[in-house]
Design a protein around this ligand. Structure first.
Ligand code: HEC
Length: 141
């Protein structure tokens, strides 16, 4: 099943500064995972949305190499960061509202408004994927 081109364009439109070729490559391939609440589908959605382009290949956060020099550092999305402490509901609420459980807003360039376009099932899949990655210390990529 082919899926995801229009969604990739949606994300690419919102993220012009990211390594677009990488996202386009991954979107052009026929999809090899079934949409649904699995960590494999979460990896697919995370790739389309460019999470690793900003949060690092290992998702540990730190300086965004591909980004504008004015951008602040990305957060650690591995289980050793906040995502190891938040419930799934807190993660989803953070993405949907742009505010962490402690009330602090997500700063630029975290594209939460774009990511919030994901369905509940897609965000669930991304959550499962993020829970499955090995914990890494902040900023070690
Ligand atoms: C354009 C760069 C960029 C992209 C793409 C991006 N992020 Fe972020 N993200 C950031 C930055 C920068 C922060 C830190 C914001 C802050 O500290 O307020 C952040 C913070 C977060 C946080 C808050 C974590 C915490 O500990 O407070 C979560 C959750 C998150 N991102 C999830 C994601 C997910 C999931 C994806 C992919 C679906 C993604 N991000 C894609 C840049 C990005």
């Amino acid at each position: 099943m082919r899926y995801g081109i229009s969604r990739a364009l949606l994300f690419l439109g919102a993220l012009p500064l990211l390594p677009a070729e990488r996202l386009r490559d991954s979107a052009a391939k026929p999809m090899s995972v079934t949409p649904g609440g699995s960590k494999e589908y979460g990896l697919y959605m995370a790739t389309l949305a460019g999470c690793r382009a900003c949060h690092g290949p290992g998702l540990s956060g730190g300086k965004i190499e591909a980004g504008d020099p004015s951008w602040g550092p990305a957060a650690n999305l591995t289980p050793s960061g906040n995502l190891g402490k938040w419930s799934e509901a807190e993660f989803v609420q953070t993405i949907r509202t742009g505010k962490r459980p402690d009330g602090s807003p997500l700063r630029e360039p975290m594209p939460w408004k774009t990511i919030a376009n994901m369905s509940d099932e897609e965000l669930h899949a991304v959550w499962l994927y993020l829970q499955s990655v090995p914990p890494r210390p902040y900023g070690t990529h």
